[in-house]
Design a protein around this ligand. Structure first.
Ligand SMILES: Cc1cc2nc3c(=O)[nH]c(=O)nc-3n(C[C@H](O)[C@H](O)[C@H](O)COP(=O)(O)OP(=O)(O)OC[C@H]3O[C@@H](n4cnc5c(N)ncnc54)[C@H](O)[C@@H]3O)c2cc1C
Length: 476
């Protein structure tokens, strides 16, 4: 393996290039991207995998905050989905209150019917940040992130070409070369990061597994709004009449959008609904139609698809960039001496990743909302894997073992919050199990849950989000 060509210079192309080049500097990695086509220009929330990417590629928090307009993301605040807002946090200390795999913190929260303020990142409910306890996941301005990653690629000798690819030459399962009007590209291995176009992998007869029977959303509008005095330290996901709206703070402007089912609303009406909520006019910057799903095989022959070319579930839970990072990390373990068995295993893991996201996202829609035609008529079909897990999780909380296989984005704690807040657990069973714990275990859990609430919700030593960002930017 001497030369890899990545086609596509969006977030997926640049991140996968950086991950591979950082670990295998001797491999020549070139990127060809089209400035005529540009990038999708949405995707501004990350998961905690962003932190792993940054550590791997030697990117500091200060750089990300300074260069990409980044703000902190402690998680996602879900408003109007249930009776009161709930918070899917990812880095809460409650995750560590456990015995073996037994999630004692969550069992305590369920048994005592705790409000999300008391067992998730409580400071987010008062719009504050705890200094020194930043979450290592971010919101960023996608265009600034693109410029920053491009610079990082150039710094480590990744060559970037601006060219429009028009022809893919294949022999059954392999790419022989690709061509633009004026140039032929001949490499050992190809990565398809061409977004929804799937320019390369589609020529290798890749099959798309649609998830549209499970997931109701199929269109989105995105629009920026002006900077504000202060920022939420989270992504806001607000249920709307035919879907949900996101609000993401970035330094200089907010990124917003409405993801909807276009049988119930169109882009113009969606925009008007957002305007009514925000109290001012907005201009649609992007209107994107999509179909939730993933490739049956992301890796075929000498080509692997990463990013939107391989999968897209929907933006709820901001899982796409995290998938790119996980796919690239798994790829580097299989790349150099790959055989068909490695390709097969890669594709199995890839399916694990996307089905985990699919199931987690479907779970969010298991709400008891009846306040519009869309929500009234919503009849969810559950994937078999989720159905089986829900049976299991009715009487016991999820544990790590339920998510074996590595590389999945969402684990027991993410699911636990949703199961609790959506009333999908049999509280009596969870409480019965919790009550069976020894006094020592219960005392420990009680003490640490109280500490957690004091540290997050009742902590007086909190700062404004903007102030914290400023401090980090000005640090030497
Ligand atoms: C509404 C919406 C909201 C989203 N929100 C989030 C979020 O909050 N968090 C998250 O993680 N993800 C989110 N995503 C997904 C996110 O946008 C993508 O994961 C991310 O932008 C990476 O995209 P990409 O690089 O795969 O594709 P793109 O950005 O589309 O890049 C494709 C690249 O291929 C190049 N290209 C295409 N055709 C050719 C050609 N013929 N010749 C040469 N080059 C070519 C283009 O020029 C471009 O450089 C969202 C997606 C949507 C639709």
């Amino acid at each position: 393996m001497k030369k890899i060509l990545i086609v596509g210079g969006g977030t997926a192309g640049l991140m996968s290039a950086l991950i591979i080049k950082n670990i295998f500097p001797k491999i020549q990695i070139d990127i060809v991207k089209s400035d005529n086509i540009g990038i999708i220009g949405v995707g501004e929330g990350s998961t905690e995998h962003m932190n792993e990417f940054m550590l791997f590629c030697n990117i500091s928090v200060k750089e990300i905050i300074k260069e990409t307009g980044a703000t902190f993301k402690y998680g996602i605040m879900f408003d109007k989905w249930t009776k009161h807002p709930y918070f899917h946090n990812i880095t809460s200390s409650v995750n560590h209150i456990r015995f073996g795999q037994y999630p004692a913190g969550y069992a305590y929260a369920v048994s005592n019917d705790l409000n999300p303020k008391e067992y998730t990142n409580g400071h987010c409910f008062i719009n504050k940040v705890i200094p020194g306890d930043i979450p290592f996941q971010f919101h960023f301005n996608t265009f600034k992130l693109n410029d920053f990653l491009l610079k990082k690629c150039k710094d480590i000798n990744i060559n970037i070409y601006n060219d429009d690819i028009t022809k893919i030459n294949t022999n059954r399962n392999n790419i022989l070369s690709i061509e633009s009007k004026n140039k032929k590209y001949n490499y050992d291995f190809y990565i398809d990061c061409t977004g929804f176009k799937k320019l390369l992998i589609s020529k290798l007869n890749a099959k798309w597994n649609s998830y549209k029977e499970y997931l109701p959303m199929n269109e989105a509008i995105a629009f920026p709004t002006e900077d504000t005095e202060e920022y939420f330290p989270y992504t806001l996901s607000r249920a709307m009449s035919a879907g949900w709206m996101w609000r993401i703070p970035t330094q200089g402007r907010w990124g917003n959008g409405y993801v909807f089912n276009n049988k119930y609303i169109n882009a113009e009406k969606a925009k008007q609904e957002c305007e009514k909520y925000l109290g001012f006019k907005v201009n649609i910057a992007k209107n994107i139609k999509f179909e939730a799903g993933a490739l049956e095989k992301a890796w075929i022959g000498n080509c692997v698809a990463i990013g939107l070319s391989s999968s897209f579930i929907e933006p709820l839970e901001a899982s796409s960039i995290g998938t790119t990072i996980q796919q690239s990390f798994y790829l580097i373990h299989n790349l150099i001496n790959y055989k068909q068995s490695d390709i097969d295993r890669y594709n199995e893991r890839f399916t694990d990743i996307v089905e985990n996201i699919r199931d987690f996202v479907v779970l969010h829609y298991m709400v008891n909302k009846k306040d519009s035609k869309f929500w009234k008529e919503l009849k969810l079909k559950l994937p078999e894997s989720l159905k089986q897990n829900l049976k299991k999780w009715k009487h016991r909380l999820p544990i790590a073992e339920d998510f074996a296989g590595g590389y999945k984005l969402f684990g027991p704690y993410s699911f636990a919050v949703l199961l609790k807040e959506l009333n999908l657990l049999d509280k009596k069973s969870i409480k019965k199990e919790y009550e069976m714990l020894s006094k020592k275990h219960k005392d420990y859990t009680h003490k640490h849950m109280k500490k957690h609430a004091e540290y997050t919700y009742y902590n007086k030593n909190v700062l404004g989000h903007k102030e914290t960002l400023k401090k980090i930017i000005n640090e030497i």
